[in-house]
Design a protein around this ligand. Structure first.
Ligand SMILES: NC(=O)c1ccc[n+]([C@@H]2O[C@H](COP(=O)([O-])OP(=O)(O)OC[C@H]3O[C@@H](n4cnc5c(N)ncnc54)[C@H](OP(=O)(O)O)[C@@H]3O)[C@@H](O)[C@H]2O)c1
Length: 283
């Protein structure tokens, strides 16, 4: 007989602490919700805005109102493209998690830019690379002592990088081109692979989730430029866009004991749209 240790809790995040950047809305909020529902004791969300419809305060209120959760959510305003703010953020996270350390860091906050190649100003490249690549490097670097404190051989600490299928294909050129965004996601994929090898001996895994289209503030402009949700759904082999549960399930898996030996992989969550040549796939 096979000996599966505690299989009934293999997908549980019971008692885990997590930091989710860009957790005030969109994919970050879906993942933060899932972590609490899977048993996390503390989920810290960060974004730049505190107040308003899309600020951290409303997200924390929604998270703490989730039915049946044992843990709680907290919010810290920070710009994770800014080196000084990253240091301050990590020190505030340290104060919240204390001696327990940080089990999970999700580098999710991201910026995109769509324009003709000829029209993209230098500032758009700086913004994208600072947030999508350099900020991820620095956040993981500064969080290292906290991640190490929580890590064990049986159940490593986790770094999740939210990349994009745009990091493996060339999704949009021309009028609404996203060349530097796509490049930044390819770069952050390779950053995560490097982290997998660098941090593995410290019992910290690093993995990548590469979403396809999920309705969100970031994706909204691009979705409408490309003909809207219905048209994009028709181009997808599964005939739909991503739903909150699609990203939530993969994130919980990668942070759970079930994925304790999964390190340096990228999982596309896109219904295989990255493999289909747009409208030709319907022929
Ligand atoms: N939605 C999709 O279809 C899709 C597809 C592929 C990949 N992705 C990736 O998924 C991630 C999340 O995207 P999303 O669609 O959920 O976007 P979203 O709804 O626009 O949310 C972005 C989040 O990041 C925060 N943020 C932006 N800049 C920040 C900064 N400098 N510092 C701290 N927080 C910042 C935003 O809050 P503030 O504005 O208040 O800072 C917000 O919480 C991104 O990395 C994106 O590239 C999304």
């Amino acid at each position: 007989m096979s000996q599966l240790r505690d299989f009934n809790t293999i997908f549980s995040l019971d008692g885990k602490t997590a930091l989710v950047t860009g957790g005030s809305r969109g994919l970050g909020l879906h993942m933060a919700s899932a972590f609490l529902l899977a048993g996390a004791s503390l989920v810290i969300v960060t974004a730049r805005k505190t107040a308003g419809e899309q600020g951290i305060d409303q997200a924390v209120a929604k998270l703490n109102a989730l039915p049946g959760i044992k843990g709680r959510a907290a919010g810290i305003a920070a710009n994770v493209a800014d080196s000084k703010d990253i240091v301050r953020l990590v020190s505030e996270v340290d104060g919240l998690v204390g001696s327990k350390g940080l089990d999970i860091v999700v580098c999710n906050a991201g910026a995109a830019w769509g324009s003709r190649f000829e029209d993209a100003p230098p500032s758009s490249s700086v913004k994208i690379l600072d947030l999508n690549v350099r900020g991820v490097f620095e956040l993981v670097q500064k969080s290292l002592p906290l991640l190490e404190r929580a890590a064990t051989k049986d159940d490593p600490s986790r770094v999740l990088v939210i990349s994009s299928t745009a990091g493996v294909n060339v999704p949009h050129v021309g009028e609404h081109g996203t060349i530097m965004y796509s490049t930044s996601k390819a770069a952050v994929n390779h950053l995560a692979r490097n982290l997998a090898v660098e941090l593995g001996p410290k019992q910290i895994t690093s993995n990548i989730i590469a979403p396809g289209f999920f309705p969100s503030k970031l994706a909204q402009g691009l979705i409408s430029n490309l003909g809207g949700e219905e048209s994009l759904s028709n181009d997808n082999p599964l005939r739909r866009l991503g739903a909150p549960e699609d990203i939530a399930g993969v994130a919980v898996f990668l942070c759970s004991r079930a994925a304790a030996y999964v390190n340096g992989v990228d999982i596309s969550v896109d219904g295989a749209a990255r493999l289909a040549a747009g409208r030709l796939s319907r022929l």
